[in-house]
Design a protein around this ligand. Structure first.
Ligand code: TYD
Length: 214
């Protein structure tokens, strides 16, 4: 059971899924929906967003140097600790809506399962890095491994995407494990639908839970 270490007045939403699942399009739509209600919205992508985070993003996604599995995990965690302190916790305590394009769950799926470091180990490190600041709700945009590979063929690949194949299969299993472990926080949305339809389903869930007006 995830426990909160902070009093929060705001709302924390994260979007997760395999590469190419369409998170970024949905985040734009979500931001507009909350802004129409007069809410202040902050969104960020992982890794990145803070000055340190963008430097780490460059290293972890685009560097040619060999990065070992533990080092890779710790880079993501380092970026996450920084964004949690600089952006997430202050914004939530000020009552803002925070939308994360990937957060702690990505490390469990990609490093815990994809790299086979182990889910529980990654979870314990995540808890420390984010001071238990888990999202209120996490949308898992579900696409099949073959659909993810197909979608990636149309754009230049970053370092992780180049490894694909069976790696993605394990990441997919990792997300399923996370979903089973966190049935209240995780909501699955079929990411292979038209983006507009995906957006409507997300809004419906948010309204149903009282996070967004009718
Ligand atoms: P990005 O270009 O942001 O891809 P996407 O649009 O699919 O999110 O690259 C992020 C990559 O980093 C993606 O392949 C997932 C990976 N990643 C991890 O392996 N672990 C993590 O903790 C995070 C946040 C991302």
């Amino acid at each position: 059971m995830e426990q909160r270490a902070h009093i929060r007045k705001g709302l924390f939403i994260s979007l997760e899924g395999l590469d190419g699942c369409g998170k970024t399009t949905q985040i734009k739509a979500l931001r507009c929906a909350f802004q129409r209600e007069g809410k202040e919205v902050i969104d960020f992508r992982e890794p990145g967003c803070t000055h340190l985070g963008e430097q780490l993003r460059e290293i972890v996604l685009h560097s040619d140097s060999h990065i070992g599995e533990r080092a890779e995990l710790l880079i993501y965690l380092s970026s996450r600790a920084q964004v949690t302190d600089e952006i997430v916790i202050p914004a939530l305590s000020e009552g803002k809506v925070v939308i994360a394009d990937r957060y702690a769950d990505s490390s469990v799926a990609y490093q815990g399962f994809g790299r086979a470091i182990g889910a529980e180990k990654v979870k314990a490190l995540n808890d420390f890095a984010i001071k238990n600041t888990y999202p209120d709700i996490t949308f898992l945009l579900e696409i099949s491994v073959s659909e993810a590979l197909k979608r990636l063929e149309n754009k230049p690949l970053d370092r992780l995407e180049k490894e694909r194949g069976t790696f993605f299969q394990r990441v997919h299993e990792g997300y399923e494990w996370l979903y089973q472990q966190n049935p209240q926080r995780f909501v699955k949305i079929p990411g292979e639908l038209e983006p507009k339809e995906v957006g409507q389903q997300i809004l419906k869930v948010l309204k149903g839970r009282g996070f967004l007006g009718k």
